[in-house]
Design a protein. Structure first.
Length: 184
C-alpha cells in the first residue's frame, strides 16, 4: 500500500473484533521499530512501551477491571467484563508510556505529542500489516503503576491493543479539509 492509502485505511479496531491469529515477533518488532522514527524535540525520544502477552494479558485484564470497579460510581458488570475480554482477545498489548526529560528542557505537551506520533507510526505500520489496533486511555490508567513498574520520570499514557481481524470495514468520510483551513 502507498502511504496515503495506509493513512486513509487506519482505524480504531476494538479488540472485540480481533480473531485468534497470533502476531509474530518480527511483526511486533517492526511495529515497535516504527515508533522510534517519530519526531522528537531535543532528541528526548520520550516513548516507552511495556509488552504484555500470554498470561500477563489475563492479569492486566483482572487488574484493570478491578480498578474500574473500585473507581467508578456508575459500575456496570457489562463494562467490567468488556475490560477483561479486551485483554483476552488481544494478541499483544502495549502499555504506552512517556519518559519525561529529566532536565525538563521542553514542555511536557511536546513530549506527549512525540509519544502520540510514535503511536501513530506504530498504528500505520500495523495497518500496513493488516493488524488492528486500539488506543485506550481509561480514567483508571493513573493507577497503572500499581500493576507494572514504571521507571523514574515515566508516566502511563494509554493501552494499545493489537490483534488480527476479519473483514472490518468502516467507511470514514471526513469533513472537507477546506472547512479546516484559513488563509491569512
Amino acid at each position: 500500500m502507498e502511504i496515503f492509502d495506509i493513512i486513509k485505511c487506519r482505524r480504531s479496531i476494538s479488540p472485540e473484533f480481533f480473531n485468534t491469529k497470533k502476531i509474530k515477533k518480527k511483526e511486533i518488532d517492526l511495529i515497535l521499530e516504527s515508533s522510534n522514527w517519530a519526531p522528537t524535540h531535543k532528541k528526548t525520544e520520550p516513548w516507552r512501551f511495556k509488552i504484555i502477552k500470554d498470561k500477563s494479558k489475563i492479569l492486566l485484564g483482572q487488574f484493570l477491571s478491578k480498578k474500574y470497579e473500585q473507581t467508578n460510581e456508575n459500575f456496570s458488570k457489562l463494562k467490567f467484563n468488556k475490560i477483561i475480554n479486551k485483554c483476552k482477545k488481544s494478541s499483544i498489548i502495549l502499555i504506552i508510556c512517556m519518559h519525561r526529560d529529566p532536565l525538563l528542557r521542553i514542555p511536557e505537551w511536546e513530549e506527549i505529542a512525540s509519544v502520540s506520533m510514535a503511536v501513530q507510526n506504530m498504528w500505520l505500520t500495523a495497518t500496513s500489516l493488516k493488524i488492528g489496533a486500539f488506543w485506550s486511555t481509561p480514567s483508571y490508567i493513573k493507577y497503572m503503576n500499581e500493576h507494572i513498574s514504571l521507571n523514574h520520570n515515566e508516566k502511563c499514557l494509554g493501552i494499545f491493543y493489537l490483534g488480527y481481524y476479519d473483514n472490518f470495514n468502516i467507511t470514514r468520510i471526513p469533513n472537507p479539509i477546506e472547512k479546516k483551513i484559513e488563509t491569512l
